[in-house]
Ligand binder design. Sequence first.
Ligand SMILES: Cc1cc2nc3c(=O)[nH]c(=O)nc-3n(C[C@H](O)[C@H](O)[C@H](O)COP(=O)(O)OP(=O)(O)OC[C@H]3O[C@@H](n4cnc5c(N)ncnc54)[C@H](O)[C@@H]3O)c2cc1C
Ligand code: SF4
Ligand code: SF4
Length: 1003
Amino acid sequence: MNPEQARIEADLRGLISGDVFCDDLNRQMYATDASVLEIVPAAVVRPRNAGDVAAVVRYAAENRIPVHPRGSGSNVVGGVLGPGIVLDFSVYMRRIQAAPGEETVRVQPGAVLANINRQLDRFGRLFGPDPATRSVSTIGGTLALDSTGSHWLKYGSPRDWVRKLQLVMADGSIIEVGAGALPDPESRRLAAQIELVLGRRRQVIEECQPKTRSNHAGYNVADIVLNGQLDLARLITGSEGTLAIITEAVLGTLPLPRHRGVVLLFFDQMQNAVRCALDVLQEDVSACDLLDRRLLSLIRSSDERFQQLVPETAEAMLLVEIQAEAGPELRSRVSALEQRFRQSRQAAWTRSTCNTDERNFFWRMARRGVPMQFAMKGSRQAIPFVEDIAVAPEHLPELFRELPAILNKCEVTATVFAHVGQGVVHLRPQLDISDTTDIARLESLAAMLFELVLKLNGTITGSHGDGLIRTPWLRRQYGRLYDVFAEVKAVFDPGNILNPGKIVSDGTFQWTRHLRKTTPLLSDVRTVEAGEEIPLTVPAAKVERQGLLRKGKLRKTKGTIEPQTAISLPQIAMEAAQCNGCARCRTSSPDERMCPIFRLNPREEASPRAKANLIRGFLNGSIPPEQLNSESLKQVADLCVNCHQCRIECPAGVDIPGLVIEAKAQHIAVNGLRMSEWLLTRLDVLYAVASRVPRLANWMIGNRVMRWALDRLFGIAQSRKLPLFSNRSFMRWAAKQRLSQPPRREGRKVLYFVDAFANWNDVELGMAACAVLKHNGFEVYVPPGQQISGMSMISAGVLDRARTIAAKNVELLAEGVRQGFHIVTAESSAALALRHEYLKLLTDPDAKLVSQNCTDLSNFLWQLHLTGKLELDFRPLNYTVGYHLPCHQRVLGHVVAGMNLLRLVPGLKVERIEKGCSGMAGTYGLIRSNFRRSLRCGLPLIAAVREPHITAGCTECSTCKIQMEQGTVKSTIHPIKILAHAYGLMPELDDLFDRRSGALNIS
Ligand SMILES: Cc1cc2nc3c(=O)[nH]c(=O)nc-3n(C[C@H](O)[C@H](O)[C@H](O)COP(=O)(O)OP(=O)(O)OC[C@H]3O[C@@H](n4cnc5c(N)ncnc54)[C@H](O)[C@@H]3O)c2cc1C
Ligand code: SF4
Ligand code: SF4
């Protein structure tokens, strides 16, 4: 932190009750949004109330520092970026006040749009505008951009629903604006001044407006007089934080739609689709979206069900939604629309539905395409830049006619998605922003497209606003009207403090100078030979400091970057650069599992995106390398528990947990281990010792005084139920059963990998696994010498010891594979370690062999069933179990195998409990400092298990079991044990459903 930043931090901390950060890490986390730009701010502030905002703005005005309001930061045009103070509303200012019978909702700017609608849903109401990012978008950002989405035809844009806004003005004063009488003199003064400007420039305003249905370029000066009265709230909405800062809003809502149906129309030519879309718009439809061939083929490739739905040769698809007050009316209108296009043969294929599930499925399918383009690996990415041009719908055929020629000329491929009713065309070209040729391509593409759009009386932004990217083009679009924008800006913000450079600018900003730094050091690391000149894209001093080494490595000195995992620096850099900042990983949607830690602690550093930004910052030299060993980085890294949910749900498929493990390991490499980390490294030894004296160990687990001591000494939460130790280990039992000898008989054979829990705690689980496998005709081999999986060490970044363990396991298991065994394990985390994590630790090709020949037991048996080879001689079981899918199990397969298997047992009722992550996240929930948070996360799951009709919980993961038994005496059972019981293989399991957990121990 330089002295200037230190001064800002000290000053602001004295002024406000919210958070203030000026350190390198926080500033780097806020240096990007979902655009291609990167600008490191001077400070980050998280205000708690409007008073904080006013104080910051007053301070900024006095010191001439710009202020940049920010919500979730999903902006695609650099609208939240700048060198000044970022105001992040998404942490503390999230209040939503909705009440039954009310037609409005009062919200703070950081409230997430989807959360607002979840609250309104309880009262049968809705805030209509629906940008695609609604599960993460804040209402502040949505209003500031006037964001809309597929249902614009029905609900218009936020501007139409804003009733009142509380604003912090450029001088720090707080005012209220909205339709009707203006309450305070300051708002009346502003309104009078704006009326004066508009009155003087009425003719220019009328002449220079684009002839489109939707326009988000510049200020909305054409449409702010309502019922003869100027409505300043309509001007502020869409002004991108440049005129005032929104600190509260009252929004109009409307009743939820009663009945909705969808018609899908597929075409063999894009032009046919565009022509038909214009016909569709003659009808009363609530949405009409167009997708091109590239998006359709991405959609088809993502899911077998989509393959059946989308014809292979379709060149375009229209999704049309119809809403109606009554079911019969809906059915007749949906059927009429479908018939019309089918019979006239305008559409080559059609589908329609009025069924809720199928309708949601159709929407999910259509929404799948755009995010899927982010998953393409490599340096070329789908770039947001020219992605929301708009023309009047009747000009769309001409636009689509000329589009291919422009793309060809610029040698660019792009996907096309359009909201036809708005005339908005989302276009994302695939380009590499670190390649100067591609940048030149992007510039000529933008120039040609914008010229075409302006020729058609359109607008360069019909949806996402101007930000830093589009602002330079505004004068070209508006001509004389641009001066009116400058006058409006001068009325509100004469000192140019509020989000400067957006909408009104002095024309000096060059976006190519502020491109996201992908990885400047990367090229050096790969190409430099001893004695060779280094082709620098970063200042020489930085390279010197970072100790670039010849031959593609970094010199090992304190503070340098040398990978701790087996992943090379270029690969790590490539992975981090793959994150496009889309903010999807900030979602709290109940339909997803994305980041349980962010859900508990919704602040930027807890998001997966923050981790990618930090790693990128280190690798490109934005953050000094010595910070890699700092406590602050460790704290951010510890906000990841290696659950892998972001890896599978991130549209770009960024391996965030992999990046975090690297960061944790870097910290340990320099700072050594803490007591809790050291404990993890000796987990196997501790387990072995405890299992030698199980009575003593179990007494300690159940004794409150001993638990208090464990809490104080090792940080293990004293109220957390823990597993008891078994009298003998599973490995000893297996040796006695001669399972530790490779079977001599030929036939189907498996190698069972046991891991810690089944070896020392739940020995019955290992026995059940062997029994079920044998019952299904497998020869089981339990090789002695196998280690624990080491997953908890890997998650904590304790890699030296994890690597030693992984190497031993791989040597043993690979030999088994070579002898014809397939590896199975009943512990989800162990399967993930063998399948995925060991590859990050070892370069040994045997690690790959093990990874490719290992399956978790539930999936293994389910596959067996699908080939008709699973024995089905189950006894009926008259119980109801609540099944929870563990995060690590979810990563392993596409089907809920354990639940499916249990459903084969006659009489057994299996209810799926889908409440997201259990909150245990490996050993995270065991630790005292995390205990309460972990419980809060797991509470919905625990409550579901407590339901009187549920006999027992059921899950594959040993730590999820611990959480599911916390707060209830009911037992949680592994599906394999239930199968063994249903097969009647183990008499000792007869009391399986009667078992109870204790006050401090699980069953
Ligand atoms: C994959 C993807 C899809 C998208 N789809 C759509 C879409 O369908 N429709 C659409 O309209 N947009 C879309 N966007 C753009 C953007 O995500 C949305 O417009 C979103 O609503 C912005 O909300 P946010 O909280 O992320 O705002 P941010 O990005 O944080 O901020 C947006 C703007 O609002 C300003 N701002 C934020 N809070 C305040 C405040 N309290 N007072 C004043 N100004 C403030 C910021 O300075 C910035 O200029 C998409 C973006 C992505 C990455
Ligand atoms: S990690 Fe993935 S979901 Fe999160 S911002 Fe990056 S690309 Fe988007
Ligand atoms: S692995 Fe899990 S905890 Fe870590 S960032 Fe991803 S979702 Fe969050």
